[in-house]
Design a protein around this ligand. Structure first.
Ligand SMILES: [Cu+2]
Length: 148
């Protein structure tokens, strides 16, 4: 095969496969700024501590009770209870995401299935002062029991 015949087999490239489109500096800064803001917001959302926590109400026999709404997160996510008294948590799950179908209490060696559109109650024994986290099955949605 001759060289011209070989060359004819190659695709003819009329223009480069890509070219850079020059953008105004202000737009570049805006995009970078928005990206940084989203990263900060994400870190705050997943790792930050939101609000001062909500105290559980104290019922009969010193049982401390609170209802937690499960909708994209736990509301409230920080629950304040008194040390040395048992705790009853009621989860009301309205979030269809499978992510929150389970809640795990590592320090209590307990896990709980949360059916959708239902309330599920768990009794936890009295604990010494400290912070006892709980989270969804994948440890993405988090809350904590703050015993004081
Ligand atoms: Cu999850």
């Amino acid at each position: 095969m001759t060289l011209p015949a070989l060359m004819s087999l190659l695709p003819t490239v009329a223009e480069p496969l890509w070219r850079s489109i020059e953008q105004p500096v202000l737009l570049k800064l805006l995009v970078v700024g928005a990206g940084v803001a989203l990263i900060i917001w994400e870190l705050w959302w997943f790792l930050g501590r939101h609000g001062g926590g909500v105290a559980a109400r104290e019922g009969e026999h010193g049982l401390q009770e609170i209802t937690i709404t499960v909708d994209g997160g736990y509301a409230p996510s920080r629950i304040r209870v008194k040390a040395g008294q048992p705790v009853r948590l009621t989860f009301h799950r309205i979030d269809p995401s499978g992510c929150v179908a389970k809640v795990i209490f590592p320090d209590f060696h307990k896990s709980l299935d949360l059916p959708l559109d239902a309330t599920t109650t768990v009794d936890l024994p009295a604990k010494a002062a400290g912070t006892y986290p709980f989270h969804c099955g994948m440890n993405m949605v988090r809350g904590s029991l703050e015993v004081e």
